[in-house]
Design a protein around this ligand. Structure first.
Ligand SMILES: Cc1cc2nc3c(=O)[nH]c(=O)nc-3n(C[C@H](O)[C@H](O)[C@H](O)COP(=O)(O)OP(=O)(O)OC[C@H]3O[C@@H](n4cnc5c(N)ncnc54)[C@H](O)[C@@H]3O)c2cc1C
Length: 366
């Protein structure tokens, strides 16, 4: 039987950020993850500057042997919709990372003990402690297992009713000769909205890697939408004919309102397990990191009394930080419903709207 002060299920950005802060406070922290690191995660791998500052990331150290692509501009348009809008910022407003590197780096840096390749299958309460897989005992259990987190299931039972984004993504290396001649600038990711505005596709070069994907609220039409997107990118000369990406799929809920519990007796949820991704952009790394840190601060403040009452400050701070964002169901989680589709399609061709609303407000939260 292993034991620790805090057991974190999931070593993604939420779990590793929480572990890092708890270790700094001197707790014995054990992270259990079903995967063996370095592991990949279906993700475009785009992070905003608040992630770098919240993590106090030493970017010089990080970029040694890892991909760290500054983003200073964006191209935004409609799939098969004519002219794109090119918005230049002239300084880095985001960065591109590879999740297989980023998550591994953060987890190692956290200083927590790690049990990798161990899937959590059972959680039960015994003598005021949590027993996980009948092999690990802890007074505090933190659910950082993403969309299908077993701790979230144990706390909330039924799945959340929040809108579910379904996505397909592929990340692959580009031949050395093709990097210089690539039609996609590393500094300027390309975002193309579906014509019904129920999702968007992206094409993003991070150094020697290309990441292509598409996310939608409508599961049934996802395969058709991704195939149309690839045809569109090929016609535009962005990817070579016959590239045929090997898609990896994933689904996750975006933050609608605090509709599910995130705190219980000796139990907390962080990151995707708490359903915190931004509805407009799908950005989930920043909320994962911020919630992981907030949860750790609440734990430290609770001074080893992990009753739901003592940990409640986490829920309050989460609510204060993320508010009660509501996603109108009429259009999509990605494009607010106050615009009709035809008006929105026109707006997406307007440089001022793209810069101030789509990019600054929805994607960069500036
Ligand atoms: C296609 C796509 C593109 C995206 N692009 C971006 C982007 O560019 N930028 C951005 O900010 N966000 C993006 N996101 C969202 C982002 O990937 C997530 O919000 C983020 O990974 C959440 O981090 P997390 O730590 O909560 O969970 P995760 O990163 O999902 O980590 C959860 C961990 O828990 C482990 N786990 C799960 N179940 C168990 C179990 N039973 N036992 C043990 N371990 C378990 C998993 O192995 C995993 O390592 C994207 C999502 C998708 C689907």
């Amino acid at each position: 039987m292993d034991s620790c002060d805090a057991l974190i299920v999931g070593g993604g950005p939420a779990g590793s950020s929480c572990a890092w802060r708890l270790r700094q406070a001197g707790l014995d922290v054990l992270v259990v993850d079903a995967a063996v690191f370095p592991r990949d995660k279906v993700c475009a791998g785009w992070i905003t500057p608040p992630v770098v500052s919240a993590l106090d990331l030493d970017t010089e150290d990080y970029r040694q042997g890892r991909t760290f692509q500054p983003i200073t501009a964006f191209r935004v348009g409609l799939i098969s919709g004519g002219r794109d809008v090119h918005t230049k910022y002239g300084h880095p407003v985001s960065y591109g990372i590879r999740r297989c590197e980023f998550d591994h780096y953060l987890l190692r840096r956290s200083g927590a003990r790690l049990k990798a390749g161990v899937r959590v299958t059972s959680i039960r309460r015994a003598g005021g402690q949590w027993m996980v897989n009948d092999a690990i005992r802890a007074p505090l259990l933190i659910g950082a297992g993403g969309q299908f987190c077993p701790v979230a299931r144990a706390m909330n039972g039924v799945a959340s009713t929040a809108p579910l984004v379904v996505a397909q993504e592929a990340e692959f290396p580009i031949e050395a000769n093709d990097v210089a001649s690539s039609a996609i600038e590393g500094e300027a990711p390309e975002l193309y909205f579906c014509r019904d505005l129920k999702g968007y596709g992206w094409c993003f070069r991070k150094g020697k890697y290309l990441n292509v994907g598409l996310g939608r609220l409508d599961r049934q039409s996802l395969p058709r939408a991704t195939s149309e997107f690839i045809t569109f990118l090929t016609r535009k000369g962005k990817i070579s004919a016959g590239t045929g990406p090997r898609w990896r799929g994933h689904a996750y809920s975006v933050y609608q309102s605090p509709d599910r519990r995130v705190v219980g007796d000796g139990m907390m949820l962080v990151g995707d397990a708490a359903g915190l991704a931004y509805p407009e952009s799908g950005e989930g790394i920043r909320p994962a990191v911020e919630s992981g840190l907030l949860a750790a601060e609440a734990v430290v403040a609770a001074s080893a009394d992990y009753s739901g009452e003592r940990l409640r400050s986490y829920e309050e701070r989460l609510r204060a930080r993320f508010g009660a964002r509501s996603v109108p169901s009429a259009l999509s989680a990605m494009v607010p419903a106050q615009f009709g589709t035809s008006v929105a399609r026109q707006l997406l061709k307007t440089p001022a709207f793209v810069r101030h609303v789509v990019l600054d407000r929805w994607f960069l939260h500036a």
